[in-house]
Structure formats: C-alpha cells, structure tokens
Ligand binder design. Structure first.
Ligand code: MRU
Length: 377
C-alpha cells in the first residue's frame, strides 16, 4: 500500500512538473527549481536525450550558461536569477559585509557569461534590487525574498510569452507559410516561447500554417531544438539549410518571417542569432513581412543603436567541428559571431506583450519606455 501510494505520488508529481501550464500538451520544462537545486533541461543533448543538468551552486549556473546547457535570452535571464539565489545561499553564513560582497561578485560573474542578451543583466538587476532593499532584514528573509523574486521572474515569463503569442496571432492569417530562425520556443524561455510562441498559438487556435525552420549553423538550434518542439507539438514544419531561405522566398513559399531577439535598442535595431540580418535583407528584397517577437525585458532603452551592442564571439571549434569530428583543416582561422544586428528599417514590427510596435520603431519604443516608467513611479 505504501509502495503504491509512493508510486502514485511520484508519478503525479513528475507529470505535473512536465506539463506546460493550462494545456494538455506535455512539454519538457526548460527550467525547474526544487529544494535548492536548479534543474536545466540539457539542450546540448536534445533531441536525442532528455536529461536534466543539476546546478546547485552559482558556479554550476555560470558553466551552464557559458556551455549553452540553457540558452535563449529569457531562459538565461531566469536561470541567472536562480544563480543569484544560489550564490546567496552559498554565502549565507558570512558576516553582512562579506555576504553582500560575495553575492555581488557572483552576480558580476553571472552577468559576464554571455554579453549580448540583455535579459541576463535585467534579471540580475531585479535580484540585486531585492538584495539592496532587504539589507536591514534578517538573512533568512533576504533568502526567501530572493527565491520569491527568481520564481516571479520565471512565472512572469510564462505569462508574458502567452500574451505576446496572443498579440502576434493577430497578424498570422490562415494558410500562412512562416520562416523562423534559431530556437525561440519553450526551450529558449521558461515556457511557451516568443516567435515560436506565436507559431504555437496560431496552430493551437486552429490555423493552418506551415513552418520552415532554418537549421541555424553552427549550434543547430533550429534543427535540434525548434524541430524537436514542432514535432512534439504536431505543427507542420520543414527543416531547411540556412542558405535555402532565398530560394524559398523567390518561389513565394514564405509569407512571413518571425524571429526572436536578444537585445533591441531604442531605435529598434535588433540583435538576434547570426543569420537573422541576412534573412531581414531577403525579406525586404522579396517584400515579406519581417517581425521580431520579444518581451519588453529584451529592450535596452539605455542604448540608441545596434552599433553599441556587444556581440558575443564564440569558439572556433563550433565551426570547425561537427559532433566532435573535425571538418575544416587544422589551424584554419574562423569568424564566429553568435549574433548579428538587424537594422530597424528592415523590421515590419516588434511584437511584445504590450502590443505590436510598428514603424517608426524609435517613436513606438519611446512611447513604451514612457509608459513603463510611469508604471514604476
Ligand atoms: O545563442 P542562443 O541559442 O542563446 O541564441 C538564441 C537566440 O538568438 C534567440 O533567437 C533569442 O534568444 C530569442 S529566444 C526567445
């Protein structure tokens, strides 16, 4: 009897944490936090293996972000928030001065893991605000407030994605053929997704759509992750090599391009996965609507243009090797920027949880910034 009860409890509990909120569809959660451990669905192993990486220290979180166990702007933001909490937990027994010094030092290490996605710094700033505003309070309260804030960041992300998806669904007609790049789905966020969230919502609302997925060299987020999500959800999709996009557009096989963002500047310039800029130029050439789908937390109002965004350069090995096999001559020089900048003038609109910003993007973004400032006053 005890064994049966335990079996039922264990399975129901596991089922619950695997189910995406409010739906019957089973999605593997990208991030779970339980009992002082952060569980990250190891995206390096997908689609072959479903395995969770356990992070129990902020150094584990640092490793997970750098190595792309977890990736995608909103997902690394939420992950870093739990990383701050884990650092606070680690240093909780130190005297006040040392505690704050060590936690802030850990925050800096986490913030430096990947420089382009602004959500990372945004989430860490939120955690630091909680830390600074609880200085007078006991250590246990600080810890519980930090955990609460990390949970809020994660929960809010799910709600925001759904709202963005609803807003974005308005521009998706029945029988639309959509091109997407990289992975912007439930794996790149806490759940649901940004650009892939719009695609998911369009499909779930009964629209007949077809998705073309760029494989997204060199890390193959499209082939490995987006394809995985689309197959799991049963959304009609076709995988293509990145260089097939122009041909498909010329053949009138693409009606709409939907991509995510890692940082949007005040003028609307957008950093996203390398190859996005090329797609935007093609979209202009073939007169295809090109939309960015991103939460307000991805907008960096503090900088004016894309030229000010730091673009992460990644290891040459990502280009010279495939699955551990060397495919280029040894000592070959490599240029491997992880992101590029799409200029505002190539963008038809930015879909956010607050609505769709249309050109002139700088004006729409300025209005949004004013609105957000008023809300915090
Ligand atoms: O290098 P990655 O895989 O972290 O890059 C991810 C992207 O470029 C996504 O398009 C972006 O983070 C938006 S995801 C919701």
């Amino acid at each position: 009897m005890v064994a049966i009860s335990f079996y039922l409890y264990y399975n129901i509990y596991n089922l619950e944490i695997e189910i995406g909120k409010g739906e019957n569809k089973i999605r593997h959660k990208s991030i779970k936090f339980d009992d002082s451990t952060l569980y990250l669905l190891d995206q390096r192993k997908l689609p072959g293996e479903i395995e969770y990486f356990k992070a129990s220290t902020f150094r584990d979180v640092e490793y997970a972000i750098i190595e792309m166990v977890v990736r995608g702007a909103p997902a690394i933001g939420a992950t870093a928030a739990y990383g701050v909490y884990l650092a606070a937990l680690e240093y909780k027994d130190l005297p006040d001065h040392d505690f704050y010094k060590q936690v802030l030092k850990s925050d800096k290490i986490l913030a430096d893991t990947r420089p382009t996605a602004v959500n990372l710094v945004w989430a860490i700033n939120r955690m630091e605000w909680v830390l600074e505003n609880n200085i007078e309070i006991g250590r246990e309260t600080i810890l519980s407030s930090l955990l609460e804030e990390a949970n809020n960041i994660a929960d809010e992300d799910i709600e925001i994605n759904r709202q963005m998806a609803k807003n974005g669904n308005e521009i998706v007609n029945n029988n639309t053929k959509i091109l997407t790049h990289c992975n912007t789905g439930s794996l790149a966020t806490v759940d649901y997704g940004t650009a892939l969230g719009v695609i998911r919502m369009a499909h779930q609302s009964g629209k007949n759509i077809r998705v073309y997925v760029d494989e997204t060299r060199p890390r193959l987020q499209g082939a490995r992750l987006t394809a995985f999500e689309l197959v799991e959800e049963g959304i009609p999709a076709v995988l293509i090599v990145d260089s097939a996009a122009a041909t498909l557009m010329r053949k009138k096989e693409i009606d709409l391009v939907l991509v995510g963002a890692d940082r949007i500047t005040a003028n609307g310039d957008t950093a996203n996965k390398i190859g996005t800029y090329m797609l935007s130029e093609l979209a202009v050439r073939f007169n295809i609507p090109f939309y960015i789908v991103a939460p307000v937390s991805t907008i960096d109002f503090s900088i004016n243009t894309g030229e000010e965004i730091e673009i992460e350069q990644r290891s040459s090995r990502e280009v010279t090797h495939i699955d551990g096999s060397e495919i280029a001559p040894r000592n070959m020089k490599v240029y491997n920027p992880a992101f590029d900048i799409t200029p505002a003038e190539n963008i038809t609109g930015i879909i956010t949880e607050e609505g769709i910003i249309k050109p002139p993007l700088a004006r729409g973004l300025a209005n949004l910034s004013t609105k957000k400032q008023k809300e915090t006053e």
